[in-house]
Design a protein around this ligand. Sequence first.
Ligand SMILES: [Zn+2]
Ligand SMILES: [Zn+2]
Length: 323
Amino acid sequence: MEQYNTLLYYCYSTIADAEQFAADHLKFCKELNLTGRIIVAEEGLNGTVSGSVGSCKIYMDTLHADPRFANIDFKVDEVDTPSFVKMHVRYKDEIVHSGLRDPNIINPQQKTGKHLEPKEFLELKNSEDVIILDVRSNYEHNLGKFKNAITLDIENFRDFPDKINELAQYKDKKIITYCTGGIKCEKASALLLHEGFTDVYQLHGGIIKYGKEAGGEDFEGKCYVFDNRLSVEVNTVNPVVISTCYNCGKTTEKMINCANPECNEHFTQCDECGTAMEGCCSDACKEHPRKRVYDGTGYYVKVPQPVNVKKPESRGKNQDLVS
Ligand SMILES: [Zn+2]
Ligand SMILES: [Zn+2]
């Protein structure tokens, strides 16, 4: 059986001609038969791509050969099938949407929290006076997070700046931020520094790298990922399940998307409720005329959605694309 890799990476590095770069890069990815999602902005690259081991190697080697991207730290997973169906390369204002666009205020290339390697994090995380801060959204930390981590009630990373005031009580502590792959922490920790926090660290490479290099100790639950796997295991040392079925409350770590395409909510649902609810989060969604067929996975290939349709009230839209 052919072996595939799924790569996760980001890079804050100035790309002068980002829009043209995005177009050229899409062509390059397609030539390699890769699938995935990449965001290109003047401030850098944020990507997750999947393909044959050979194609992924060429992809990494090619980026590393470009001085702008020589330092990219690729997180490489082995997978049985590609983790995406299509290849998208999009040009945007930011590589992760934070709403913090002014590079004079927040520029991770100039000032950001000190990077902690996974093993350094492992040693430091239980120290007194250390605050571990999860900068991810609700649907992510509901599925898994570090033991004793502070979480924020946010639907999207762009809401993070509004939560800074809630964190003021920790100004004198050592704060370590973490996210899935590290990209959000570059901005989150930079913003904390800008707001007067002084002792700010970030888990370099995020949960994913910590799982690979340090065994994932004390990460409880699973890590939400932005591809058709939906979640991955992190902790091989002391794993526990923390998430519960949205419908019945039973412990489960199965993450699905609601079968109603206009809802598409990310939530945890047990297999029994999945069957009973046909993969929907609510009775209202179950009655939706364009409801998709639930095949037990709860993952649906994106189809174009009608514009200007107001989505129903929900617990969290995943607009972050890649974390
Ligand atoms: Zn249930
Ligand atoms: Zn729904």
